[in-house]
Design a protein around this ligand. Structure first.
Ligand code: MG
Length: 158
């Protein structure tokens, strides 16, 4: 049996903060504000997987007021979510990730993100898709005030 889940995350941009997307540190004058490393890709993907497995949302599992999560490397959230998904009797099948950021250009970083996610998820890279686009200068994302990510995940009963 297959099940699907959806995830979304958005963080405000902040000058001088690191920009980490899909576990890849990207050289950029604009980073993302947040309690953790603000990796919207990891956060959206965690929610997609939790949703597919019927396990709630990321906020229920990782508190954004917990000092242990301050500036946390969000890869460890995804590692833990994969563990929870497996413990609930599911195995990831494929994920699709859509990043929305006006700047910087993300194309040169998509392969590294894909490799990171595939490794954590235990999937072939062909089962991990990364898409990146701008918001055509529209709204908060287009005005460089934030970056967002949408993700879907498919899991199967293991
Ligand atoms: Mg987040």
């Amino acid at each position: 049996m297959y099940r699907s889940g959806i995830g979304y995350d958005i963080h405000r941009t902040q000058t001088g903060r690191p920009l980490v997307l899909g576990g890849v540190r990207i050289d950029s004058p604009l980073g993302l504000e947040g309690h953790s490393d603000a990796d919207v890709v990891m956060h959206a993907l965690c929610d997609a997987l939790l949703g597919a497995a019927g396990l709630g949302d990321i906020g229920e599992h990782f508190s954004d007021s917990d000092p242990a999560n301050k500036d946390a490397d969000s890869r460890r959230f995804l590692v833990e979510v994969v563990r929870l998904v497996r413990a609930a009797g599911f195995e990831p099948v494929n994920v699709d990730v859509m990043i929305l950021a006006e700047q910087p250009r993300l194309k040169p970083h998509k392969a590294a993100m894909r490799a990171n996610l595939a490794e954590i998820l235990g999937l072939a890279e062909s089962a991990v898709n990364i898409k990146a686009g701008t918001n055509e200068k529209l709204d908060a994302i287009g005005e460089l005030r934030g970056m967002a990510c949408l993700a879907t995940a498919m899991v199967k009963v293991s």
